[in-house]
Write a protein of this length. Structure first.
Length: 137
């Protein structure tokens, strides 16, 4: 009965932690709990633990690599947007019209870089996405 109760409490604890937030420390805590309450007649296989630890380490490294690549893409987009300040651009508006002007500013938001374009008549278009740029001169 005690094993069933332990199994129920471990299932409850593990369901409260989302998979994306499970850290290596959490994995080791779970493993130590498993070691503490293991059946002496059927001990845990060390090879299985090492394989699980290697898989977890690989998963963590893949996640960190993905985060680093995402940061690199964001930095690259920022640098590209800064590089067009003062350049003449042709943009396509949301209504489909082509407008030419000079990039006067870049605004950064969580959704990405947004530019402001000064038209020949002195009017400004703001909050233009980089994807709306058709040509840079």
């Amino acid at each position: 009965m005690a094993i069933d109760a332990l199994g129920n409490s471990l299932n409850t604890a593990s369901s409260e932690v989302s998979r994306s937030n499970l850290s290596q420390n959490d994995f080791i805590k779970l493993f130590m709990t498993e070691l503490t309450f293991q059946d002496p007649l059927e001990p845990i296989n060390n090879r299985e633990f090492l394989a699980q630890m290697a898989q977890f380490t690989n998963l963590e490294q893949a996640r960190l690599t993905n985060d680093n690549i995402s940061n690199l893409v964001s930095i690259n987009a920022t640098l590209q947007s800064l590089g067009i300040i003062g350049k003449q651009v042709e943009i396509v508006t949301s209504s489909g019209a082509n407008i030419t002007g000079t990039v006067s500013a870049v605004n950064f938001s969580p959704e990405g870089s947004l530019i402001s374009v000064k038209q020949a008549d002195g009017n400004f278009l703001t909050d233009i996405k980089l994807s709306q740029i058709k040509t840079v001169r």
